[in-house]
Design a protein around this ligand. Structure first.
Ligand SMILES: [Zn+2]
Length: 280
């Protein structure tokens, strides 16, 4: 048995504590997994009943026996957060030159990604230090805000199915099955050589050249975003491309391309540098 905890077990442990650290006053969504009954060094196991999701700080305290087994079992039963609570966190991967790979398309120094006339859905802002920050609105069929990302601060309203935000902050996954909404955000650093190797098949060589010329300092930080938005029109972002379904709407995509009343528009592999330079 390895220390890698099966996905199903991790999911169950997060759900059990309503996706926040269960210790009184904490509620942090950046969760790790603690084996306590019995501890890992006594027996290698991944039984959910003998494990608990905790933030790193409380995980460390638990490792030093700050909590009794009975107390941990009680936290599992009565976590700090209730299922009605909203959850918030912050993305701390801030860079001046982030490479965004959004639904198979590449953005460097771009601002508006998807707009519905005046309403922005996915866009980037810049802070005082020149770092690119993420903004995203996910709304229900009725237009209620379900997930919001503002200048890297994220907020998830209640009644969702799954959220995973790992302590390193490099990954954020959110899903609401009822509303068919999903977002997956992941950050990774690469040296120029590793970046070229990693994306040799997915990104044309001349784009890689543009990117590596634009980003002078290593490492290159790549933010990959995939997911599914449904309001006010459908955007399906996958690593192979983005599909947009927007009957009755006027959509601006990638800062420059305006689509009106589209039934199904598939965008594969565009490169946007700055505002509105679209390279196909
Ligand atoms: Zn905690």
């Amino acid at each position: 048995m390895t220390r890698n905890i099966p996905k199903k077990v991790r999911e169950a442990l997060r759900k059990e504590v309503n996706f926040g650290c269960p210790i009184d006053g904490c509620g942090s969504p950046y969760l790790s997994y603690h084996h306590f009954d019995p501890p890992w060094h006594i027996e290698n196991h991944h039984r959910p009943e003998g494990m608990i999701a905790l933030c790193l700080e409380h995980h460390k305290q638990a490792d030093y026996n700050a909590f009794t087994d009975d107390q941990l079992k009680e936290f599992k039963k009565n976590p700090f957060l209730s299922s009605d609570d909203s959850i918030q966190g912050q993305i701390n991967w801030k860079r001046e030159n982030l490479v965004f790979l959004i639904g198979g398309n590449v953005f460097i120094g771009a601002q508006n990604i998807y707009l519905n006339k005046q309403e922005q859905l996915l866009w980037l802002t810049t802070d005082e230090q020149g770092n690119s920050l993420l903004n995203l609105d996910m709304k229900s069929e009725k237009g209620e805000l379900i997930f919001s990302l503002r200048d890297n601060d994220w907020l998830v309203m209640s009644n969702f199915d799954n959220i995973e935000s790992i302590p390193s902050g490099k990954k954020l996954f959110f899903e609401n099955k009822t509303e068919d909404l999903k977002i997956d955000i992941e950050f990774n650093n690469y040296s120029k050589v590793d970046f070229q190797k990693k994306y040799a098949e997915d990104i044309p060589a001349r784009w890689i050249e543009i990117i590596t010329n634009k980003i002078v300092a290593e490492p290159i930080t790549v933010c990959v975003i995939n997911g599914h938005l449904t309001y006010p029109f459908e955007i399906r972002m996958e690593s192979t491309g983005t599909t947009i379904n927007g009957e009755g709407s006027e959509i601006t995509v990638m800062g420059s391309l305006t689509l009106k009343n589209v039934k199904e528009h598939i965008m594969q592999r565009g490169l946007v540098v700055g505002s509105g330079v679209l390279i196909k």
